[in-house]
Design a protein around this ligand. Structure first.
Ligand SMILES: Cc1ncc(C[n+]2csc(CCOP(=O)(O)OP(=O)(O)O)c2C)c(N)n1
Ligand SMILES: [Mg+2]
Length: 765
């Protein structure tokens, strides 16, 4: 920043990082500080210190070997944890392998070594070998993952790990208070989540702090500040260092430590962990560390860093400081550090040679572990088990038995008299009510299911006897909190990434979370959690982890007045995401069958509930019996016909059926297929129908360009070509947002007469 003569920089322009970093230590000489550090080392057994020195050298030797192999083209990427090692091995002493949950950062190699992952395992990942235990050759080096050690499969988006980490901590608390769930919760396990100072700029970090503090969760954040996010200085990221910025987070214990000082890291790290473990709430451990190596093998930090700063970092490498202190404290002889370093170098050389000989990945396996859908027999078995659990639960609560027989929750005990009466099981129920009942039934059968989102709860517990309760802006979750308690149905902050990210963490910890997105139009803040996290967890860990999360979202238009942010569709965008299952029912009974299945799968489901159908009597059905289970990927023929096939889903199913009735009077026989699920979609049903009719029209409410209809049409063009007597046609919303004025909305969304016109034209070809 340039300043006028005589004027200093204004406060907000001051590069705090540089000033603070340049600040000389006050009052004590280097020699005194070194003597103090050496003295403190005597607190720990020499063998432990020696082992820690071995670990830091092992970590550094791995970086050096991988970098060399990268230069030779035998390792395809490298990212080094150099400079962070001493901090991490010191902290590892306070964490418990196989008990605590780890959401690491890519700089955490030394920690992961301390947790017991071997150099060979890490090198298998670096060379992209099939036997890479973390990812089967699918992820870059230092993207850790080890189910037995509870090291959660890591992704690359910086900061996105924070919300799942918080969700995991939530689940720990829930599981610990319900030992009968068998989730192996010790009660004092904690979550470790690690990130760099650059990643603290991400909103997801702040959203996670919000919940960690509000719920006093057992989460330890480690922020390792190495001064740079690739080439961007810490001072350019934020107005102040993060330990200052978090001051307003009530309940967050912030600890600062110098990552060059093993003793300080170990002592203060232990105190920070102990506090979190004791249940006193979240902690943030902020550590200053150097970055003596470039950001990654694709970076050359000499091109943008001050040479003097780099020289200073190399001269004060934490490993060298640790060695000098160990020798000064007479814990190691003068020659021992070099010998340890050399032994590590040799061990890594050997492990690398072995890894280079390991079998490389088989291209045929690349689609394995994307999703793992059980067959229908297995699905039925799971449903039977859930029903048995439900019956047992209801038998232990006799006042619920009548409801179970009827499949209807009465909630009569605590609902004020003004609440509506429940219909009997045989009476048709609209889609919203069918979903509500299905949620009740599923929650009764599986205590791992929790429902959360914006406004999903009824009311404050103390008011439940006096007010009717909210239960969602569409009333779909009404009565769940009243019936199952606030631990099983609760409100979240108004933050969609928070909702989905916490769901992911809970799923990883063994629960079956049900996250609600109030309006599909507001799902986008959660996109990273859905696309980069939930949908990739199984694949990126090569089947080591899975994410059984159901995300319900109210979707769609035909509302009159919903406008651009309460009426959109957009399922095609999610259909483009491998690893995500998508349901889009058009009728109440289907919604129940699909929701039952959704909670029996072990993969993430986006469950789209059409707002226009919520209360549409034409989409109502009797509440189906428990055996009614719909596997994903099974469409249904809603109306048989022989002249033309219409493929559709959601609210346009009814419109297409009306059009088919009209055309029947003109002698045209239209077959209408309701896909029911978008991912997977029922290719066989579509192909068999087109084979009979020779003509295909795809109709959807989402806009035309790159809509899911394009996928169905491309499938038909490719696989049904010899059956087709006419080009495949699509009818969809115009490529503009949904407007407020009913006249404009009508102009944008496909209407019955549009379908009729399109069909007439198609059969005339
Ligand atoms: C969301 C996201 N944006 C950009 C990147 C590319 N990227 C990878 S690491 C990195 C810098 C991270 O800096 P910091 O959090 O300070 O960690 P450090 O690498 O310094 O340890 C960036 C920009 C990414 N991985 N994820
Ligand atoms: Mg950094």
């Amino acid at each position: 920043v340039k300043h006028e003569a005589g004027q200093g920089p204004r406060a907000h322009e001051r590069p705090w990082g540089c000033l603070e970093r340049a600040e000389p230590a006050r009052g004590t000489s280097d020699a005194t500080r070194r003597a103090r550090r050496a003295h403190r080392l005597a607190a720990w057994p020499a063998a432990e210190l020696r082992e820690d020195l071995r670990l830091v050298h092992l970590s550094r030797a791995l970086e050096d070997r991988e970098l060399a192999l990268h230069r030779q083209g035998r390792v395809h990427f490298q990212i080094a944890g150099a400079g962070h090692e001493v901090l991490l091995v010191a902290l590892a002493h306070s964490l418990r392998v196989g008990r605590d949950w780890f959401f690491p950062y890519y700089r955490d190699r030394a920690l992961v070594l301390a947790l017991g992952v071997t150099p060979y395992d890490m090198l298998l990942q670096a060379v992209g070998a099939a036997a890479d235990p973390a990812s089967g050759g699918r992820q870059m080096p230092c993207h850790f993952g080890d189910p037995a050690r509870r090291i959660v499969t890591q992704s690359s988006p910086t900061g996105s790990q924070c919300l799942p980490a918080v969700g995991c901590a939530e689940a720990i608390r829930y599981a610990a208070s319900r030992p009968h769930l068998g989730l192996d919760a010790s009660g004092d396990e904690i979550v470790y989540v690690s990130l760099g100072e650059g990643a603290t700029s991400q909103g997801e970090f702040w959203e996670s702090l919000n919940t960690a503090c509000r719920l006093h969760l057992p989460v330890l954040y480690l922020v390792a500040d190495n001064g740079y996010a690739i080439s961007v200085r810490a001072a350019d990221q934020a107005p102040a260092p993060v330990f200052e910025l978090v001051r307003g987070f009530r309940g967050l214990a912030v600890t600062r430590v110098d990552g060059h000082d093993y003793a300080a890291c170990r002592e203060r790290g232990a105190l920070a962990v102990a506090r979190v473990r004791a249940g006193e709430g979240p902690g943030l451990l902020y550590a200053r560390v150097p970055r003596p190596y470039s950001h990654s093998a694709s970076d050359a930090q000499a091109t943008y860093r001050d040479p003097a700063e780099l020289d200073a970092e190399l001269a004060h490498d934490p490993i060298a400081v640790f060695e000098r202190d160990l020798v000064a404290a007479s814990i190691l002889g003068a020659d021992e550090p070099a010998a340890i370093a050399e032994a590590c170098r040799r061990a890594v050389l050997k492990a690398a040679d072995r890894a280079l000989e390991a079998v490389q990945c088989d291209p045929a396996t690349v689609t394995a572990h994307l999703v793992e859908l059980p067959d229908e027999a297995e699905l039925a078995r799971r449903q039977a088990a859930r029903q048995a659990a439900r019956r047992a639960r209801l038998a232990s609560a006799p006042d619920r038995a009548q409801e179970a027989r009827e499949g209807v929750p009465s909630d009569a005990r605590t609902t004020p008299s003004s609440a509506r009466a429940e219909p009997s099981a045989a009476e048709p129920v609209v889609l919203a009510e069918a979903i509500r009942r299905a949620l009740v039934e599923i929650m009764e059968g599986d205590e791992r299911v929790r429902v959360f989102g914006e406004d999903v709860a009824d009311a404050e517990d103390r008011l439940l006897g006096h007010v009717e309760g909210k239960g969602g802006v569409f009333g779909v979750t009404k009565g769940l909190q009243r019936r199952f308690g606030s631990a099983r149905c609760y409100n979240t902050p108004l933050a969609e990434a928070n909702i989905v990210g916490r769901g992911i963490g809970q799923a990883i910890r063994g629960l079956r979370p049900c996250a609600e997105i109030q309006f599909f139009d507001y799902i986008w803040p959660a996109m990273q959690q859905l696309k980069s996290e939930a949908a990739t967890i199984r694949w990126r860990s090569n089947g080591g982890f899975c994410c059984p999360l159901v995300v319900r979202a109210a979707i769609g238009g035909y509302l009159r007045g919903g406008a651009i942010w309460h009426s959109q569709c957009g399922e095609a965008i999610f259909a483009h995401v491998p690893g995500l299952l998508i349901a889009f029912p058009s009728r109440a009974a289907d919604a129940v069958g699909l929701l039952r299945a959704a909670f029996l799968y072990d993969d993430p489901v986006l469950f789209l509930e059409h707002k226009h159908l919520y209360r549409d009597r034409a989409a109502a059905d009797s509440y189906p019996p428990p055996e009614h289970l719909l596997a994903f990927g099974r469409g249904v023929i809603r109306r048989q016909g022989s002249d033309v096939t219409v493929v559709t889903w959601g609210a346009t199913v009814a419109i297409c059926l009306e059009a088919a009735v009209l055309l029947a009077s003109e002698g045209v026989s239209v077959e209408v297929i309701d896909l029911r699920t978008i991912a997977p979609f029922d290719r066989e049903l579509v192909a068999a129908s087109v084979e009979r009719t020779g003509r295909l029209l795809v109709v959807h409410e989402d806009n035309l360009t790159a809509g899911f209809g394009a996928e169905v049409a491309a499938f038909a063009a490719s696989e049904c070509f010899w059956s087709l007597d006419a080009p495949v046609r699509r009818l969809a919303a115009l490529d503009v947002p949904v407007p407020y004025s009913p006249l404009l909305e009508q102009a944008v969304l496909p209407q019955r007469d549009d379908v009729v016109a399109a069909l007439r034209e198609l059969v005339a070809i």
